[in-house]
Design a protein around this ligand. Structure first.
Ligand SMILES: [Zn+2]
Length: 312
C-alpha cells in the first residue's frame, strides 16, 4: 500500500499537475518515518497458538514474515527470555539467567527502547508493563530503563494478569492513538499465568491466547487511528519469551519450551517463508534496524525486512 502511494506522489510531483502542497516531502516522510511496536505475549506454546482462534495474528502473518519455528537459545524462563528479546543479546552478555535480575548488565546491553532513546532523544519511546521485574526495581531490574520517555507499570501479581493486561492495553491504546510515539513495547502476561495454573492444553490457556490476540487488535486499531498513520512506517513485531512443557511449566530444553513464534508485519517487511528460523534476540535487532540504529555486538539479526536476511 505505501509503495503504490509513493509512486502516485512521485508522478504528481514530477510536474503533471499544479502542486499546492509539498508532495515530495510527504513521499519522503512516508518512506522514512520509521516507527515500531513490539508486543510480547508471555509463555505462548506454538502448537497451542496454532489451535487458538487468532484472527489478528493470522492477518499479520499472512501479510508479513512469520515463523513458528523460532528459537530461544537462552534458558526458557521469563527473565532471560525477555532480557534477550528486548536487548538483542543472550545471557552471556546481558547476564540474566533466571528471574533474579540483580546481576544484569543492562548498562552495557540496554533494551531497544533505551538504546533508541540514547541514539535519538527526539524520538518518543514508550512501554507498558505489568510483570513488575520488567519495569521496576523489583527483582533487581528494571529491564526497561527509566531513560525512556513514558513507562507505565501495572502490577499483574497484585491485580491478576487478566485484569492488569486489560488495563495495560487501554492505557497503551490511548497513548498509541494520540501520543508522540516512535517506538513502543507492550507486555501481555496472562497466558503464562493461566497455563501455570492449568496446563498447556487447557481450554483456559487457549482462551487466554485468544484474548491476547483481541488485545493486540485493540493496539493495532489505536495505531490506525493516529492522525498521521498513513504517513508513518509502522513495523509490528510480536513474539513470546518461551514455550512450555505439557504440564504448563517451562525452564527446560524440550522443543515445546525452546520453540517460539516470531512475527514481523508492516510496509518494510518482505513477506516470505524461511528455512532458517529466527531467534528471540532477533526481535530487538529487527526493531533497531527498522529504526535505522546501528548497534554493535548484538547477537540478533534483523529478520523479515528483506529477502536473503537469513545466514551469518
Ligand atoms: Zn515467561
Amino acid at each position: 500500500m505505501s509503495r503504490s502511494i509513493s509512486c502516485l506522489l512521485t508522478v504528481l510531483a514530477s510536474g503533471m499537475l499544479p502542486i499546492t502542497i509539498p508532495l515530495a516531502t510527504v513521499q519522503a516522510q512516508s518512506v522514512t518515518d520509521a516507527r515500531v511496536l513490539v508486543v510480547g505475549i508471555d509463555g505462548v506454546r506454538v502448537d497451542m497458538l496454532a489451535r487458538a482462534d487468532t484472527p489478528v495474528l493470522d492477518s499479520l502473518a499472512e501479510s508479513g514474515f512469520f515463523s513458528d519455528e523460532a528459537k530461544t537459545r537462552v534458558r526458557t524462563v521469563s527473565g532471560p527470555g525477555w532480557s534477550s528479546m528486548l536487548t538483542g543479546v543472550r545471557t552471556a552478555k546481558h547476564g540474566v539467567d533466571s528471574n533474579d535480575f540483580s546481576g544484569n548488565r543492562y548498562a552495557d546491553w540496554p533494551d531497544f527502547l533505551t538504546r533508541l532513546e540514547a541514539a535519538r532523544p527526539e524520538l518518543g519511546t514508550f512501554a507498558v508493563l505489568d510483570w513488575p521485574p520488567l519495569g521496576t526495581t523489583d527483582s533487581g531490574g528494571p529491564l526497561i530503563s527509566d531513560a525512556i520517555d513514558h513507562k507505565l507499570n501495572f502490577d499483574g501479581e497484585a491485580d491478576g494478569y487478566d485484569h492488569a493486561d486489560s488495563m495495560s492495553v487501554v492505557a497503551a491504546a490511548e497513548h498509541l492513538r494520540s501520543g508522540d510515539v516512535h517506538a513502543a513495547f507492550v507486555y501481555l502476561g496472562d497466558p503464562d499465568v493461566v497455563s501455570h495454573a492449568t496446563d498447556s492444553f487447557s481450554d483456559a490457556y487457549r482462551a487466554s491466547i485468544e484474548t491476547a490476540d483481541t488485545r493486540l487488535g485493540l493496539l493495532l486499531a489505536a495505531l490506525r487511528a493516529r492522525p498521521g498513520y498513513e504517513r508513518e512506517n509502522w513495523l509490528i513485531l510480536v513474539s513470546t519469551d518461551h514455550g512450555r512443557n505439557d504440564a504448563g511449566g517451562h525452564g527446560g530444553n524440550s522443543p515445546s519450551e525452546t520453540t517460539i513464534f516470531f512475527l514481523a508485519a508492516g510496509p518494510s517487511v518482505t513477506p516470505h517463508r524461511t528455512d532458517c528460523p529466527p531467534e528471540i534476540v532477533d526481535v530487538a535487532a529487527t526493531a533497531l534496524a527498522h529504526m535505522g540504529i546501528v548497534a554493535e555486538g548484538l547477537d540478533g539479526k534483523p529478520r523479515g525486512l528483506g529477502p536473503g536476511m537469513c545466514g551469518p
